[in-house]
Design a binder for this molecule. Sequence first.
Ligand code: ZN
Length: 52
Amino acid sequence: MCSAGGPVDVDLNDPLKGRGKKYKCNDCGATFTGIGKHPMCPTCQSEDVTEM
Ligand SMILES: [Zn+2]
């Protein structure tokens, strides 16, 4: 019972922990965090994205 109910300590606000960058999809306008040199939109699978 250790994995449920307790506070979860996750540093989502630390930019150095997640190595992804923020991108915006030029096709559907979705914003997402991409990893790697060729990030792909998770919504429409487009590679036409702009780094934010
Ligand atoms: Zn998209």
